[in-house]
Design a protein. Structure first.
Length: 442
């Protein structure tokens, strides 16, 4: 039986959800509690911080991409914990225009599916009693989503807090704590969000400071007491994603870090062995592997180092001659001929595709994607329908290989970026796209 849980959400992005979630995870852990973290929606970076703060792997729960049975199965990862904390994405009700497998991708869908109450983080900068109107709207918009209380953030003074509390209490909204303005607990950011957890040399100190900050200003016993056990769909009908191969060479370092833990867990559950290697350390894929998978990440920040990684580049080319290689987003770009960084410097890449990409003129590509494969990729046959997302700032300068797939966004509109497929002389297959796989479509 899974432990009681809560969803930490907010009216919008940038209000302090991640700071509160990390602080709560670290604070409860310091008290000796075992807390299972989750992240609502597609995100690679926040879960890594959750894992560092809690000591347990944080998993993504996505109502647009995942079927109810898969969400239920992932929630079972909380078995043995004392508490569940699921961090929302964007605003509580923000999601796609059209429904996917189990919802629109909104954090509210996960709260409703699991039955977890919501703790709403309110940034009350520039307002006081008016915060009650915001909270009351969130409390009443969906009858299947329960608002258990709010945490006030960026409180300017004791008087400011008192005014906001008075308005909320008059509206019948419970206040679980108030966080004063403290820029020192903020995490550094860059173009895809927070700087990755593994790149934070002071992470342990930051987590300790966040734990102290939250412990001082949040009613932790009250917050724990309002958590409710999940009531989810039956996970028995779940069909795990097939692994790309029996022995999977997986690129894994600061340039290739965007791979979902639930995917790796499902691959392993199906009997696959994961063989990590580091392109940044100039390592080639394991020669005993039968497939190579290059996830997304930040190759644009390390393009110079990757361009000089001769052993990696030649080893990947040799591997691809006889075996399949697949790249997602950053991995896809590295499989191309060149990558132009933000300064306009061109770097030679592996050359498996006739593909050139550039970050010199940034343009955001963001959103869910429904994919129908024109040809197979490792683990999925031609014609397969897959759900996932796209999140990058790269521009395609040249793309002269066969299109990998037909893509639509969550509103059903065609997406022009089709990915690439190429058959090599030795019979190997190179496939890739900007698409990040989350699950098979139902």
């Amino acid at each position: 039986m899974t432990p009681p849980g809560l969803v930490i959400s907010a009216p919008a992005s940038g209000t302090g959800k991640t700071t509160l979630t990390m602080g709560l995870l670290a604070a409860f852990r310091a008290q000796g509690l075992v807390v299972q973290p989750f992240k609502c929606g597609p995100d690679y970076i926040d879960p890594a911080f959750h894992t560092a703060a809690s000591g347990r792997s944080s998993l993504n729960l996505d109502s647009w991409a995942m079927q109810p049975a898969q969400i239920a199965a992932l929630i079972q990862a909380a078995d043995g914990a004392d508490l569940v904390l699921a961090e929302g994405s964007m605003g509580l009700f923000d999601g796609a225009a059209m429904r996917g497998e189990a919802g629109t991708g909104a954090s509210a869908d996960i709260a409703a599916l699991a039955g977890w109450p919501v703790v709403l983080v309110l940034d009350i900068s520039g307002q006081a009693q008016s915060a009650a109107a915001v909270a009351l709207g969130f409390a009443t918009l969906r009858k299947d989503v329960a608002l258990a209380g709010v945490v006030l953030n960026r409180v300017a003074s004791a008087r400011h807090e008192g005014l906001a509390r008075a308005g909320l209490e008059a509206a019948g909204i419970r206040v679980l704590g108030a966080l004063p303005r403290r820029p020192s607990v903020a995490l550094p950011e860059r173009h895809l969000g927070l700087v990755q957890a593994e790149e934070q040399p002071r992470l342990a100190q930051i987590l300790a400071e966040m734990a102290d900050f939250v412990t001082e200003h949040i009613d932790l016993p009250a917050l724990r007491a309002i958590a409710i056990r999940a009531q989810t769909a039956d996970a028995v009908s779940l069909r795990n994603s097939p692994p790309p191969g029996g022995r999977v060479a997986l690129a894994r370092d600061a340039a290739f870090s965007f791979v979902y833990p639930h995917m790796l867990a499902e691959w392993r559950a199906a009997g696959a062995e994961i063989l990590p290697f580091s392109p940044m350390a100039d390592e080639a894929p394991d020669a005993s592997a039968d497939v190579c998978w290059l996830p997304g990440g930040y190759p644009e920040l390390h393009a110079g180092q990757l361009a000089t990684a001769a052993r990696f580049r030649s080893g990947l080319r040799s591997f691809a001659e006889t075996r399949p290689v697949h790249g997602e987003c950053g991995g896809y770009m590295v499989m191309g001929e060149c990558l132009v960084d933000a300064a306009g410097v061109e770097h030679e890449m592996v050359g498996l595709f006739k593909l050139a990409t550039s970050f010199e003129k940034r343009r955001l590509h963001l959103g869910y994607r429904l994919v129908r494969l024109n040809t197979s990729i490792p683990g999925h046959d031609a014609g397969a329908r897959l759900r996932g997302h796209e999140f990058h700032y790269a521009t395609v300068l040249e793309q002269n290989d066969a299109p990998l797939a037909q893509l639509e966004d969550a509103a059903g509109n065609s997406v022009p970026e089709t990915g690439s497929c190429r058959i090599l002389d030795g019979g190997g297959r190179a496939t890739g796209s900007f698409f990040h796989l989350i699950a098979e479509a139902g």
